[in-house]
Ligand binder design. Structure first.
Ligand code: COA
Length: 156
């Protein structure tokens, strides 16, 4: 099945503003549309009013993209556009991700983040715990190396 084209557009709209360019973390359009074709890939959008289906005329404020295998799922991308931050949308979207994974019978959720990413506070608030470090895993465009922190949430 082909990925919904308007969802790729909406994801790319957020992607272009949400990820700090110095870390080179944003995916390109091809990577996103290819990922959406793979079995086990899951994504959701959030509109600026917190609803889950941005309609025409409403901003897409954020999205996540995850991939599951058996009873595990990895959160690969999670972003709220800068114009919509600090209004609680990150909390709403992360809650939806965890709930959706629970309904799909996932037992362990994983993600990886740059050390000191403020997103860590958000993940901790929803029960994610650091379980490992990949030293110097990310390379910033200026050559700096930054640790990756692997986080896990075990769903009861
Ligand atoms: C992380 C991100 C998704 C948060 O989205 P958001 O809509 O602003 O999140 P919320 O408003 O729900 O805030 C959630 C909590 O996260 C923490 N937080 C979010 N941004 C923060 C910042 N810049 N500095 C400090 N704490 C921050 C706060 O504890 C906040 O709660 P509070 O506002 O009640 O204090 C957003 O900043 C983002 O897209 N960042 C760039 C992409 C990214 O790094 N994604 C994560 C990859 S692992």
């Amino acid at each position: 099945m082909l990925p919904p084209l308007d969802d790729v557009d909406r994801i790319m709209e957020v992607m272009q503003s949400a990820f700090p360019p110095e870390y080179g973390e944003a995916w390109n359009r091809r990577q996103v549309s290819d990922a959406l074709l793979l079995a086990g890939t899951h994504h959701e959008l959030i509109a600026s009013d917190g609803s889950d289906r941005p309609e025409a005329g409403k901003d897409t404020a954020g999205f996540y993209l995850s991939r599951g295998l058996f009873d595990e799922e990895e959160l690969l991308l999670f972003a709220i556009a800068p114009a919509h931050r600090r209004k609680g949308l990150g909390h709403i979207l992360l809650k939806r991700f965890i709930e959706s994974a629970r309904q799909r019978n996932k037992k362990r959720l994983f993600l990886e983040m740059r050390r000191n990413n403020p997103a860590g506070v958000l993940y901790a608030a929803h029960g994610f715990q650091p379980i490992g470090i990949r030293p110097r895993y990310y390379r910033a465009l200026n050559g700096d190396r930054i640790d990756a922190i692997t986080q896990e949430l075990v769903i009861e």
